[in-house]
Design a protein around this ligand. Sequence first.
Ligand code: MCN
Length: 754
Amino acid sequence: MEDPRLLRGRGRYVDDVVLPRMLSLAFVRSPHAHAAIRAVDARAALALDGVVAVFTAAALRQVARPLVPRLECDGFTPTAWPPLADGIARFCGEAVAAVVAESAYLAADARELVAVDYEPLPAVASLDAALAANRILFRRDYRNGDVDGAFAKAAIVVRETFEHGRCAASPLEPRGVVAEWDGETLTVWASTQTPSIMRAALARALDLAETRVRVLAPDVGGGFGLKMHVFPEDVAVAAIARLTGRPVKWVEARRENLAAASQARAQRMEVEVAAAADGVLLGLRARAISDGGAYHVYPITGALEPLGSTGILPGPYRTPVYAYDAVTVATNKPPLGAYRGVGMTMGAFVMERLLDVVAERAGLDPVEVRRRNLIPREAYPFTSASGLTYDSGDFPKALGQLLAVARYDELRYQQQAARAAGRLVGVGLACYTEYTGMGADVFRRRGMADVPGIEAATVTMDPDGTVRCLTSFPSQGQGHATTVSQLVADRLGVPLGSISVEPVDTLAAPRGSGTFGSRGAVAMLGTAAAAANRVRTKIQTLAAHLLEASPADVVLDEGSAHVRGFPDRAVAVTELARLAWAPPLGGLPGGLPPGLDATVYFNPPGPTFSGAIHLAVVEVDRETGRVAVLRYALVEDCGPVINPTIVEGQIHGAVAQGLGEALLEAIVYDADGQLLTATLMDYALPKADSVPAFEIGHLEMPSPAMPGGVKGMGEGGTIGAPAAIANAVADAVRPLGLTITRLPIRSEYLANKA
Ligand code: MCN
């Protein structure tokens, strides 16, 4: 429903917000990874006509607090990320000063004139340097069962170290904020996934009551996890709007996005797997170390990445015992944040590579080793070796379905023929479980004090019979307006076109958490659909009085309410809506209260685990090392699919991102913490011509716990694709004696090897 407006360029993004007397803001950013800030000389900048002010940490210190995300558990070392670097810059790109001027161009020019006197300090720019200096931001040890015993009796033990470089979420629309202070209330338009969380964070940072902070999320041009965070830039813009008394806009440039927004993955995992001679897994040991950057990001902290990867590592397999050590270290780089598939991408990559190695050692086909280890359908609910309870699934069936879709036997035959002709063709599989739909319990157990975990929606039928939906969770491209409308229209028996899903404005929308962690589908069923059910009940009750029937016998269909079996005993829904808002003499029948709306707050009983199996066929160019993905097939299970077009669109987009992660995208720093990939010329994103056609199959195994049985799926493609492509490349280059342990897989590693 949202597509025609967005595709015709009628979307309204933060940069489209124009307010009277609005100033533009540009940040002066540190060119050093680590430096003392001795002095900031803004005289030349201030001398430019149209430059209004230059702010440093000293000016903001009185009015804005640093962001201090909380993780209430052992092993966590908090950090405080100030709105502007206060005395010390801790990564290349950290905001040091802010210039506000009458136009964006003036602000950008003036930024160049701000002279900052830095004293460069030694930078810690690698995992090993951070480990050697014991700069630990987070640590957790976990042990389940007799792991040493499992290794002692194993016929096959595989030890390997895997790495995933840093990458960037790269939404089409970078970060951006407009803030306005009217003397009493702070109004913020933000490109955000989490309006309620942002309101709470800004209120705390600026010492305001939450009632005096209003956050609006207009159209958001992609978020991919990046925009679930609240950043110091957001606090700085809000504080400067308050100090200047004028609206202030900051819209990030692409270079800033690559240098200063949170980044993702950046993990090394040392792992050991024990298996019996027949390839059956006996135990796992892992040590995950994440390069957390200079600060914890708000609200999720740098703990999420290693916890996510170690938690999901056992995947859909019956691994009986497991021990892990999850660590995040501090480096002089931008903080590590959420990006579609956070933690799970690394977990799936490592586990799926391991299984292929176990298969090779056991002399099995990669399909066979999976068959021997996948959790059978009858074992659900199944508690994994890391303690996650998978609620529903049938991976053996999904595997069978996928092999049929992909014509696996034929594929292997074709591969042999290609190999005989000297071509490097490989086939890779990846099975994964996806952690979705979590509610407050998950966040409380983790100690994530700044993430409420609930969601909410208000559904109102207006007197003309049209329906407005306000949700606590905005859309960044997931098609929420379509799916929410679909669910609400179904329940109210009105046409899809009479439903509108409003952009989130915390003044009107009920409080929640936001769109992240693939919670949207579960939240829609628990909030908007539940609220529509309440509105429906009221319509049925009203109609029952008028039609002299029992409410249970009133059917809503095509805009009318009629008695079951008597289509002529009917009243128009619009007539009921008009009555509800303008009661007749003597009030509504049966003493019903006026109004036709409902707000439902919902605490998802999740997590619920969806899952999928991906299969990639690749060909590696012997000379250039370029990898072409020739075929891509998958079977996914997200429970009952609400909207198949959206689900497949989500898969296409996420697999494209996963392909980028697997083969192209790397944020690279030198040994001094200098960013070497500051533009999209250096940071390579996948383009349309690198993405193959998709062959998608669905398996619908409903979650017993979630409303409507739905499970989330928005991150799946980025979890499965890097693993499947890595296995396919490894399969292709096996004849060259190469192995794949690192993402992205660089073409120079594959080129000219034989
Ligand atoms: N859906 C469905 N049936 C299901 C499950 C989902 O029809 N059984 C639909 C939902 O109604 C929704 C979409 O699929 O329209 C995704 O639902 P869900 O998996 O619940 O994920 P969320 O709505 O919570 O979206 C978040 C998820 C995450 S975590 C990231 S990151 C992400 C993503 O979705 N960022 C995106 N997809 C994105 N897509 C776009 N275009 N832009 C982003 O920033």
